[in-house]
Design a protein around this ligand. Structure first.
Ligand SMILES: NC(=O)c1ccc[n+]([C@@H]2O[C@H](COP(=O)([O-])OP(=O)(O)OC[C@H]3O[C@@H](n4cnc5c(N)ncnc54)[C@H](OP(=O)(O)O)[C@@H]3O)[C@@H](O)[C@H]2O)c1
Length: 263
């Protein structure tokens, strides 16, 4: 597949979005020394020893990452020559100062001209829209997806990676009732993307852990769920970026998981 250089992320200020954005920006800096990606925990990447465990990134002495991980792969963002990252955000103040993308479009995914502006000139799109703690009925994610698909078609962009939910792979009767309204909007998103004819990777994660590390080493299953019922937000972001380097998962529903050490 053609290399994706220019990418836009929708939902970059969310839990998984920030973890994905950090790695997308890191991919552009890969030629330098590897840096710790734990910046959301307040790491500056250059801290002095405080008696903590040394992270694999020699410039960072705060974060402990799994033993046995060697420098380079698989922790590095998937190999590219770097991304030019655009984000569409409602509030740019939610972007950490250390993770400033090349282009910030301030707008709303429900406003087609904002979406069109963000999509212009891109090679690929990552959609990580969500409703935070609001579990009430919504059409935001599906309406936003409809706008994204329309803009992609208008600009001739084919590749999209979208974050949905593992509930779409499971028996809907087993979805906890409080999570059903959001799941129903994920189903609408999925349908819009399936009918779009675009090269779409539908990522269907189980519980997304906020407190687990980037490992780059997780189980990927296609069109079925299996194994553990958790994936870290960093590993999920790692996989979104990996999908930009391969057409292997285009048109597929993909489940990710890993057994992490207890924190
Ligand atoms: N948490 C889990 O365990 C889990 C498990 C499986 C699947 N999922 C799904 O995975 C996805 C990502 O979850 P997450 O918890 O990482 O996301 P999140 O923290 O809820 O973030 C949602 C993102 O969507 C953006 N957004 C919301 N409405 C918008 C609008 N009208 N226009 C533009 N942007 C808008 C938010 O921007 P603002 O900063 O402006 O709010 C934020 O960046 C969600 O669809 C979620 O349901 C979650």
């Amino acid at each position: 597949m053609a290399a994706c250089k220019n990418i836009v992320i929708f939902g970059a200020t969310g839990m998984t979005g920030l973890a994905t954005l950090a790695q997308a920006l890191q991919a552009g800096k890969r030629r330098g020394a590897p840096r710790c990606l734990g910046t959301d925990r307040g790491c500056t990447g250059g801290a002095e020893p405080e008696g903590g465990t040394r992270c694999r990134f020699q410039s960072c002495l705060r974060h402990s990452l799994p033993l046995g991980v060697s420098a380079g792969d698989p922790l590095s963002p998937p190999r590219t020559s770097g991304y030019q990252v655009t984000v569409l955000v409602r509030d740019p103040a939610r972007l950490p100062p250390e993770h400033r993308p090349a282009r910030v479009v301030v707008g709303d995914v429900l406003n087609p001209p904002d979406v069109d502006k963000a999509i212009q000139g891109q090679d690929a799109v990552i959609v990580i829209l969500g409703t935070r703690n609001d579990l009430s009925p919504t059409t935001m994610m599906s309406e936003g997806t409809r706008n994204i698909v329309a803009a992609m078609k208008a600009h001739g962009i084919r590749k999209v990676v979208v974050c949905l939910s593992a509930f779409l792979m499971w028996d809907l009767k087993k979805v906890p009732p409080r999570l059903l309204p959001v799941t129903e909007d994920h189903i609408r998103m999925h349908q819009i993307l399936q009918e779009s004819g675009l090269d779409c990777v539908s990522v269907m994660p189980p519980h997304i852990a906020d407190d687990q590390p980037l490992t780059g080493d997780y189980t990927v299953t296609v069109n079925t769920s299996g194994g553990a019922r958790v994936i870290s937000k960093h590993d999920l972001g790692h996989f979104f970026l990996k999908c930009l380097t391969t057409s292997e998962y285009d048109g597929q529903s993909v489940y990710l998981s890993r057994n992490y050490a207890k924190v």
